[in-house]
Design a protein around this ligand. Sequence first.
Ligand code: HEC
Length: 134
Amino acid sequence: MSVFGKSVTAVVAGVALVVAVGLGAASAQEPWVAPPEAKNLKNPVKGIGNAKTIVETNCVTCHGPGGKGDGPAAAALPPPKPADWTSDKVAKETDGEIFWKITNGRGAMPPWKHLPEKERWELVNYIRTLQKKK
Ligand code: HEC
């Protein structure tokens, strides 16, 4: 029985290690930079469509209602923390870069490829409205 107990402990330790390594890889500390070809993508969409609702459903838990990166889930996440959409850093990025990041995600930030392209551009436009309100 004690042998069995040991192997269970070993398996649990092994799983914990895999999870820890996985999280380490996901929370890369380097600044998140979109590839150069994303930078020049032209935003073909005007207006925000349903973006406000999409954000309230899918993004505010991490990014906060005003997009400042202060959603209720943010405190529990390891760095890098959810981006502050109203920061100068994000404001200076092109629509294409923000679109690319929403599409691909990184670490705790999920990819949103499954949303139609038009909706992803509307999310970019909605983020711009929050930057203006700042
Ligand atoms: C589970 C938490 C979580 C959810 C949900 C989430 N994000 Fe994020 N988001 C993050 C984290 C963490 C980062 C920072 C990632 C990094 O720097 O590696 C991030 C970064 C971003 C960035 C990059 C900002 C920049 O230009 O550098 C954008 C844009 C963004 N999120 C948009 C969204 C949108 C739009 C949604 C909803 C459709 C969303 N996020 C949902 C956690 C989340």
